[in-house]
Design a binder for this molecule. Structure first.
Ligand code: COA
Length: 217
């Protein structure tokens, strides 16, 4: 035994509020890494895709989520399809109602486009967080409960509020550098299993250097 089965939707059969969303039926333009879970106590967690909003295939924007992320209830990923044209006198989307108004249908180029939303590995997204289009969140970051993330988040930063701002950094720069080198989330199951204690409780450069040496040999 080296941990739960990453291919199961419900890795712990006794907990039906937490599911590994990489095992949901695939969706175009959505990529989710192994072990990343969505947790919901009020709705079926298998409805995770309902939390990705305004995501239209013709726009081509992607939602990419890394491995070992913890995504709490009520998250909303707002994708590029949410944005209206803004350069004219009105932002009203006449074209979608027809009746001749479709003559002002914007081209894709005329719509605001912020690119893909990319969530790194080992990111903890708190309850009721909203993530705006095009935002990139670095590995190991934490987003505080009820935040709205409008700008990119550095690896291992803790951000919060609306708009989300830096609350604090989890580690010093040298430790972050080592952690980004280590990329423990890419280890095989057995290696993670054998190093669990260090992963959850160590926070010093020496342990990281030892782990990196093990990695190199
Ligand atoms: C981000 C979080 C982990 C920080 O925890 P912590 O380190 O114990 O932080 P503290 O409570 O000491 O607060 C640190 C600072 O962050 C601020 N802060 C905390 N949560 C915040 C939020 N949601 N929005 C804005 N600021 C927040 C505090 O006001 C405090 O500011 P100060 O330093 O100016 O006084 C925690 O606030 C949080 O949001 N956890 C997520 C819980 C959750 O959603 N779980 C879902 C189930 S998995």
């Amino acid at each position: 035994m080296a941990g739960p089965d990453k291919k199961k939707l419900y890795p712990n059969e006794n907990i039906k509020t937490v599911c590994y969303i990489s095992n949901l039926p695939k969706r175009p333009n959505v990529e989710i890494g192994d072990y990343t879970y969505y947790s919901d106590n009020h709705d079926n967690p298998e409805n995770f895709y309902n939390h990705i909003q305004h995501h239209y295939e013709f726009l081509g924007d992607k939602l990419i989520i890394g491995k070992f992320c913890a995504i709490a209830e009520g998250v909303t990923f707002i994708m590029n399809g949410a944005n209206h044209r803004m350069e004219g006198f009105t932002t009203y989307p006449f074209n979608i109602f027809g009746g001749g108004w479709e003559r002002v249908t914007p081209t894709i180029e005329q719509l605001p486009f912020k690119g893909d939303t990319v969530i790194g590995n080992d990111v903890w997204i708190g309850q009721n967080v909203t993530i705006m289009p095009g935002v990139k969140i670095g590995d190991g970051a934490i987003v505080a409960v009820n935040s709205t993330v409008v700008k990119n988040v550095e690896p291992y930063a803790i951000v919060g509020g609306n708009p989300a701002k830096l609350i604090k950094r989890r580690f010093s720069d040298d430790i972050v550098e080592l952690l980004l080198k280590l990329q423990w989330w890419n280890w095989d199951e057995e290696k993670i299993f054998n190093n669990l204690e260090q992963l959850v409780s160590a926070n010093d450069a020496e342990t990281l250097k030892t782990l990196l040496k093990i990695e190199e040999t």
